[in-house]
Design a protein. Structure first.
Length: 461
């Protein structure tokens, strides 16, 4: 494949990743509107988000394996079509049950794309360009995070909720048309053994239990404890099952290889910590600093804007210098930013939040680009589908677990201070809010230090 052609292929991959990222944040904003449209409560409407996350988490590993069996590019192209069909049916739905089914279809397509994109990039690009390729792909992810809330608000205000799904169609149809001409089909790799349907079912149980636990843990702690127990039992069964089957969804021996295990664990802990600021910053800026929501939205766009420029630079540095050293520098910057977030006290705003979140965006760009490049570059051609799917799964699971830990620590501290259960930060005095915030950011800093420990172990090898 020629140089121009493979970079155009990367743009198609990035555009579809952009749509998948945008789709998640747009729906979050639209939950009150969707609840009103379908005449249900917001708790039921939240299932529109839940179904999407559960199906993606359960199907990433299966589609990583199926990409090896039938061809990654073929599965990616089919996933684009499935995602667009799900988008059309989601916007056309007139009942909650129909939109849940449509969102499930959308998630199936999204998981096909996500499970195979990292492997496709690694297949297309030579090792000396791989860092820049992942850096460019990260730009589209950052742009998705930046565009989602604003685009969702505009579509809801001027066009109505169906268009938060239908907005995928023009760009998506263009991507599908160009991809069919641009991508060069790869022959399927010879695979022996039956597909692991039992493993996929266990993954679905795990994803359902964990997401439901995260949704009810503040209001129904005993139910959440039971669901967490189910998750752990299913995880243990899945681990043993995958060691027995001929063609596992997850080859556990891969995680015994230090070049794959250590950077994957570092990425996992960094993904958990990454979501702390996302959840705490709006509370801090509105309830402690006292800024209006529109100003807060503008401030929170600062980090994604910086990331758009930082990711390509991180790609160049990753290709030019040691990937482990770039990872180390990126994680060091994240740790400095984590210490800075601990000092937030309502003064010097919005400059303090802009400065520390911007520094965090730079650290994330350096660490993530080098980490993805190192992991995918260490995998053999036969392993890339599974390793790429694991990388995407680690990201999804880390973000959900980050949500759980933020809620437990932040609202747990508020409840302990008040002497009664607190599940809403509104009307809580500034002192307890800052104390709970500091405790939660301290946990994030601890997670980043653990991630650095894994990088240092990798460096010593």
């Amino acid at each position: 494949m020629g140089k121009v052609r493979r970079w155009l292929c990367l743009v198609i991959l990035g555009l579809f990743f952009f749509m998948i990222i945008v789709d998640g944040s747009i729906v979050t904003i639209a939950i009150p509107v969707l609840a009103q449209a379908f005449h249900v409560g917001t708790a039921q409407a939240n299932l529109i988000i839940g179904v999407y996350l559960i199906v993606i988490s359960a199907l990433l590993l299966p589609f990583g394996q199926l990409g090896n069996r039938f061809g990654r590019i073929r599965l990616f192209q089919f996933g684009m079509i499935v995602f667009l069909l799900g988008s059309w049916f989601s916007g056309s739905a007139r009942s909650l049950s129909i939109i849940l089914l449509a969102r499930g279809i959308q998630a199936v397509g999204a998981s096909m794309v996500m499970a195979n994109s990292y492997a496709i990039v690694t297949d297309m690009f030579p090792p000396n360009e791989l860092g820049r390729a992942f850096g460019v792909e990260s730009v589209f992810i950052s742009m998705g995070a930046l565009a989602g809330p604003g685009l969702g608000g505009l579509l809801l205000h001027y066009w109505g909720w169906p268009y938060i799904f239908w907005c995928n169609l023009p760009v998506g149809i263009l991507c599908v048309s160009v991809a069919w001409w641009l991508f060069e089909q790869q022959p399927p790799r010879p695979v022996t053994g039956r597909f692991d349907w039992e493993g996929m079912l266990v993954l679905l149980v795990m994803a359902t239990a964990f997401y439901t636990m995260s949704s009810v843990m503040m209001t129904h702690p005993w139910l959440a404890s039971g669901l967490f127990g189910i998750f752990l039992l299913a995880l243990g069964y899945f681990w043993r099952h995958e060691q027995r089957v001929t063609l596992p969804l997850l080859d556990v021996t891969l995680l015994k290889q230090p070049n794959l295990r250590l950077p994957t664990l570092a990425a996992f802990f960094s993904f958990i910590a990454a979501y702390f600021f996302t959840l705490l910053a709006p509370i801090y800026l509105q309830l402690v600093v006292g800024l209006p929501s529109q100003i807060v939205g503008g401030i929170l766009m600062g980090a994604p804007i910086i990331a758009v420029f930082a990711n390509p630079l991180a790609g160049v540095l990753t290709d030019r210098f040691s990937r482990i050293h770039v990872m180390t520098v990126g994680m060091g910057i994240l740790i400095i930013a984590g210490i800075g977030l601990l000092t937030l006290n309502g003064a010097h705003e919005p400059w303090a939040v802009l400065g520390w979140s911007g520094l965090s965006a730079i650290g994330t760009a350096l660490f993530s680009t080098a980490n993805n490049t190192f992991i995918m570059g260490s995998a053999s051609a036969e392993q890339r589908g599974m390793v790429g799917a694991v990388t995407s799964l680690v990201r999804e699971f880390g973000l959900v677990l980050g949500t759980v830990l933020v809620s437990l620590n932040f609202y747990g501290k508020l409840s302990l201070t008040a002497g009664r259960p607190i599940v809403n930060a509104i009307n809580v005095p500034k002192g307890p809010l800052l104390a709970a915030q500091s405790l939660t950011y301290a946990l994030a800093l601890l997670l980043l230090l653990i991630a650095m420990r894994y990088i240092k172990r990798l460096e010593r090898r």
